[in-house]
Design a binder for this molecule. Structure first.
Ligand code: TRP
Ligand code: SF4
Length: 326
């Protein structure tokens, strides 16, 4: 029996290379050995985007199209939209009743997000319960593992604590305590050297058009000490070099040589990187176009996902209702 995995992304904008490096590439390889559930966490997105929900709507299908064009296989994995499986909310409510407020208010991600999303007004009842909904996502499908970045570890720990408390209170062990699946992802930064993020506008989208891709790469932050072509560069502090080592590792030795030996200037180095990334992105961008052109294709996949996820979710809830005599 294959072990089960569940992971999700919030549909709050376009997916970019940071998502590929940090999560999606990992999802794609996990499909071989695990039963995978990949979820569009639109209710989680709503918790920060409730004032203008248009972004959620735009992003949900677009994100799924990216997943598919970059290698998520609907024959292998169950792909679904959280809000199409209402059981998430029922379990979330039940888990809420036994989750102490202190666990949530002390959650480091809660405090962090309150600071970061200043413009979003997330000082709300729902936002406090964000990790409880996440626990419900995971427990509904009996996920053994949850692939997450280390920023999400507190949520997973909270989920495990909720499971233990649930089992203690109802004296029956019906849930699996999920384990995080941490993969070592390379450090990957945005064009300006900060974390690649939609909100900084420093990203390269997974379907970046060739023209803007080149423009973006040419604008990338490099070794500040290298002012002239004759100045030797320091690849280890250069983000362009970092991109080579992630997307074209076979070439990094050569890049190091032309950089440290001052043989090629940064402009040329970036032009070559732009072409490398274009070669990397182009096939997926084309695949996405075909996917979006096929009428009903996405809808059918998501409908199939809703059916399969829904069946599993309902089974879990039946057990919960029975145990709680509801
Ligand atoms: N909170 C996650 C994030 O922001 C998204 C998410 C929602 C999730 N539900 C999940 C991730 C369940 C893993 C498992 O990235
Ligand atoms: Fe960076 Fe390339 Fe310039 Fe070296 S030559 S500093 S690796 S952009």
């Amino acid at each position: 029996m294959k072990k089960t995995i569940l992971s999700g992304m919030r549909p709050t904008g376009k997916l970019h290379l940071g998502h590929w490096v940090g999560a999606l590439s990992n999802w794609v390889s996990l499909q071989k050995d695990y039963k995978c559930f990949f979820m569009v966490a639109d209710w989680h997105a709503l918790m920060s985007e409730y004032k203008d929900t248009s972004l959620i709507q735009e992003s949900a299908l677009d994100n799924v199209a990216d997943w598919l064009s970059w290698g998520i296989d609907p024959e292998k994995s169950i792909i679904f939209i959280q809000s199409q499986v209402p059981e998430h909310l029922e379990l979330y409510m039940i888990l809420s009743t036994l989750t102490p407020l202190g666990w949530l208010s002390r959650c480091p991600t809660f405090k962090e997000q309150m600071k970061q999303l200043k413009d979003k007004d997330v000082n709300t009842y729902a936002f406090l319960g964000y990790p409880v909904l996440q626990a419900s996502d995971i427990l509904l499908y009996g996920a053994d593992y949850v692939p997450v970045g280390d920023d999400q570890l507190p949520h997973l720990e909270l989920c495990r604590e909720i499971v233990r408390r649930f089992h203690f209170i109802y004296k029956k062990e019906i849930f699996i305590e999920p384990q995080p699946l941490l993969t070592k992802t390379p450090r990957f930064l945005g064009l300006d050297g900060r974390k690649m993020s939609k909100s900084y506008g420093n990203y390269i989208a997974l379907d970046e058009p060739a023209g803007s891709l080149k423009e973006k790469v040419l604008s990338m932050f490099t070794d500040p000490a290298r002012k002239l072509k004759s100045d030797p560069g320091h690849p280890e502090v250069c983000n362009v070099f970092n991109c080579y080592s992630i997307f074209k590792p076979q070439r990094s030795k050569e890049v190091r040589q032309w950089c440290e030996g001052a043989h090629k200037g940064c402009r040329q180095c970036k032009e070559i990187l732009a072409q490398t990334l274009e070669d990397f992105i182009a096939p997926h961008r084309e695949k996405k176009e075909t996917i979006l052109k096929k009428k009903n294709y996405l809808r059918d996949i998501l409908e199939e996902g809703r059916r399969k996820a829904g069946r599993q979710a309902l089974e879990t809830l039946r057990e919960v209702r029975e145990l709680l005599k509801l």
